[in-house]
Ligand binder design. Structure first.
Ligand code: COA
Length: 211
């Protein structure tokens, strides 16, 4: 059931998380991650490893975890100053994460990691845009709890995130394989699709916005 606009948006709080989260909030984020960003690498890890990942995001200066709250936690986002930090910040966890995915038979996720390692996944992005994306602020993951979607929470949340994180970046980039969220980025936030990444089972759109 969709709640009414005036009720849901009037007392929302958008927050940058700087300190370790309590178990309840972590649980809420993991639940939104698994139901709304189910095809992401992170969602395919065990809860224990997702928690480790989120705690690293909170600690790092070059990454940020944001949440939206009313009485409940209803949305979250992970942003990194540059896409490369998504790999370099997690070097120590690379092997445990891979073992986790193998044990849990997350074959598609493992294939996609392989495509990314051998760098053929960015075949459909031109060189100039590849360079811009490399230097851009990267919205790694974003989701709003299902019953709060489509009432403007995501738009306000992302505008807040951009305001808080843009600093020296000229662009923000993100990826999605979902038609509705592509529409969200293009229609509500003026992102432009600049290419596609090869992924199984479907390609993902790469989007960019000047900030
Ligand atoms: C994409 C997402 C963050 C947008 O947040 P939101 O609060 O639903 O977005 P808003 O209400 O501010 O904007 C709504 C617009 O986004 C688009 N949209 C995307 N997903 C939608 C959804 N589930 N329901 C309604 N609109 C959606 C529509 O174009 C809509 O425009 P319209 O109302 O004119 O039709 C949210 O829908 C979501 O969490 N989706 C699942 C996870 C996801 O795809 N994340 C992005 C990739 S990492």
């Amino acid at each position: 059931m969709k709640i009414k606009k005036f009720k849901s948006k009037s007392h929302l709080k958008y927050k940058l998380i700087k300190e370790k989260l309590d178990f309840k909030s972590l649980d809420k984020i993991i639940s939104i991650l698994k139901s709304e960003n189910g095809s992401s690498i992170l969602a395919n890890l065990s809860n224990k490893n997702i928690t480790k990942y989120l705690n690293i995001v909170i600690k790092q200066d070059n990454m940020s975890l944001f949440v939206v709250k009313n009485s409940d936690l209803i949305g979250y986002a992970i942003v990194t100053e540059k896409p490369e930090y998504l790999i370099s910040n997690f070097k120590k966890l690379k092997i445990p994460f891979l073992i986790d995915l193998i044990i849990r038979l997350k074959i598609l996720t493992l294939i996609n990691i392989f495509l990314s390692i051998i760098k053929i996944d960015t075949l459909f992005i031109n060189l100039r845009n590849k360079e811009i994306v490399k230097r851009s602020l990267n919205l790694n993951l974003l989701a709003v709890k299902k019953k709060y979607q489509g009432i403007g929470v995501g738009t306000k949340f992302l505008k807040f995130i951009i305001k808080k994180t843009k600093k020296n970046s000229k662009y923000i980039s993100c990826e999605t394989n979902d038609k509705k969220s592509k529409e969200f980025y293009e229609k509500k936030l003026n992102f432009q699709t600049i290419g596609w990444k090869i992924r199984v089972p479907i390609f993902i759109n790469i989007l960019l916005k000047r900030i």
